[in-house]
Design a protein around this ligand. Structure first.
Ligand SMILES: [Ca+2]
Length: 514
């Protein structure tokens, strides 16, 4: 049964935790809340040894921890049971969250095209902000390259969406690599990286790709004897559509369908500039609760299947004897609407599209902690670099979260988060308020996230909030200036506000947006 007050989709974890299960840790504003004596003892031990300040040495007998990087594809932030979703089963992600530190306000900066995965991953790998990346990373150094240069064995399995040259530059070893955006998991084209840094063994997956990626990671982990630290990057093509899991998972969720989200709408209330892109064509208009619930059931089936594969990888890590020397990281490249606000895709700036799960676990990472410090996915590698004594590649702009994790800082130094989608949408959020600007129609939305975490009550036209609107617009312009974003926030030739769905012919075989 859902916990009373639990927001399953679109809600903030902060609100969820307040009403959530007794075991769910609470969030303390821009700081950590310690739970239990264990982490307090660990924190004290860290300080006693001077490790928190040094940044290099960590508990355990290795000053250079391994990294197991688990990365999913299109997974919303609110799809982990331990973080307050009582409708999904994610026992292994739950365990990671309980045994580690979870950032509850992690975001992607957005995308300048519909296939948001590409810029998201380019930002992750390079540490660069949105307007300074090349999506194929040509001429831009990556963090895995730097790990390799600094003595790490680097390995990839799974999805790489930034083209072959940057892949071959970034990882020394690779097995079952999918170079692309999406595909049927049973028929996915896979390749390996040869010792000569070429792509070999091109084949079709045959088995489910998510299982094959876990198999490849397990095989790599079995080979590790501790003579050299490793970076093992496992990028699942899950839960990106087509959402096909083994039948038993679909059977379970078809019998236990999640409810439609609290911010469900049959149609988006105005033309956001991206009303009929392929992702939006995955369900007919008007959306119905039944169709949304079926899509969510398939989405959750796929996530639970991936969670079981993550369990296999974690067991292999334990069996390898490397578990206590390994930092485990879990995150996802972008979110998805699936019925929230009448949308289905990731081509918007509501929280469900840009807000990501982010968990750190392992040596030096306090257990059972959450932070609501503002962070971006391009902070992940700077953080890992900090823990692993790997210097930043040229151009990396992300900030290490390690001081926060170690408890020596109150925040990541940001008081707001900026997001962008093509030339169409810009948004900024601070601790309480969120502004979204639609540049092609001269429309602005203002949400009070404290009282309306699912972004349903637009206060932009309320004269009471005129001052707040001005303050946030100034904040947005300041971010644009800092990032080199020249997009005008208004237009002289606005498109009509309303969108007429009756004239749209839905293409059921619409070209994939990756
Ligand atoms: Ca994605």
């Amino acid at each position: 049964m859902p916990v009373a007050g639990t927001t399953t989709l679109g809600g903030e974890i902060k609100a969820t935790n307040r009403a959530g299960p007794a075991s769910a840790p609470a969030v303390e504003s821009n700081a950590f809340m310690k739970l239990g004596t264990h982490c307090a003892v660990l924190g004290a031990a860290l300080l006693h040894c001077g490790m928190a300040a040094s940044g290099a040495a960590l508990p355990g007998d290795s000053p250079r921890p391994n990294v197991l990087f688990l990365f999913s594809d299109d997974q919303r932030f609110d799809t982990i049971a331990a973080l307050g979703n009582s409708h999904i089963r994610t026992p292994n992600l739950d365990r990671l969250s309980r045994e580690g530190t979870t950032f509850t306000r992690a975001y992607i900066m957005g995308g300048l095209q519909g296939a948001v995965c590409m810029p998201s991953r380019a930002m992750l790998m390079s540490g660069r902000t949105l307007f300074r990346i090349k999506e194929n990373l040509a001429g831009q150094a990556t963090w895995p390259e730097e790990f390799g240069r600094n003595g790490y064995a680097t390995f990839i399995t799974g999805k790489w969406h930034n083209e072959a040259p940057s892949l071959l530059r970034s990882f020394a070893q690779g097995k079952a690599v999918f170079l692309g955006g999406m595909g049927n998991p049973y028929k996915l084209p896979l390749q390996d990286i040869s010792p000569e840094h070429t792509l070999i063994n091109k084949r079709t997956s045959g088995e489910h790709s998510v299982k094959l990626f876990a198999d490849a990671a397990i095989e790599f982990l079995k080979r590790q004897k501790g003579d050299k630290p490793f970076l093992c990057y496992v990028a699942f093509n899950c839960p990106h559509d087509p959402r096909i899991a083994p039948k038993s998972y679909h059977d379970y969720y078809n019998a236990h369908k999640p409810p439609s989200p609290p911010n469900f709408l049959p149609e988006h209330p105005f033309n956001n500039g991206e009303m009929t892109i392929r992702d939006e064509q995955l369900a007919p208009w008007p959306r119905t609760p039944e169709v949304v619930r079926q899509n969510l059931a398939d989405y959750y089936s796929y996530i639970t299947f991936m969670d079981d594969q993550i369990g296999r990888i974690l067991k292999a890590l334990k069996d390898s004897g490397q578990y206590d020397k390994t930092i485990i990281l879990f995150s996802s490249d972008n979110g998805l609407a699936i019925g929230s606000h009448g949308l289905f895709g990731k081509q918007n700036l509501y929280d469900h599209a840009t807000h990501e799960p982010l968990i750190f676990d392992g040596p030096g990472i306090p257990k059972e902690r959450q932070s609501d410090a503002f962070c971006y996915l391009f902070d992940i590698f700077p953080t890992l670099g900090d823990f692993c004594s790997v210097p930043a590649p040229e151009g990396s702009e992300g900030r290490s979260l390690a001081p926060l994790i170690r408890g020596g800082a109150a925040s990541a130094g940001r008081d707001s988060i900026f997001t962008a989608y093509r030339g169409l949408q810009r948004a900024v959020r601070d601790d309480r308020w969120k502004l979204i600007v639609y540049t092609h129609i001269n429309k602005t939305q203002l949400f009070d996230l404290q009282n309306d975490p699912v972004e349903m009550r637009d206060l932009a036209d309320d004269p009471k909030h005129a001052g707040g609107l001005e303050r946030l617009t100034g904040m947005l312009r300041n971010w644009q200036h800092q990032l080199g974003d020249t997009q005008a926030l208004t237009t002289n030739k606005p498109e009509p506000l309303a969108f007429d769905f009756s004239k749209v012919k839905r293409d059921k075989k619409a070209k994939a947006i990756e």
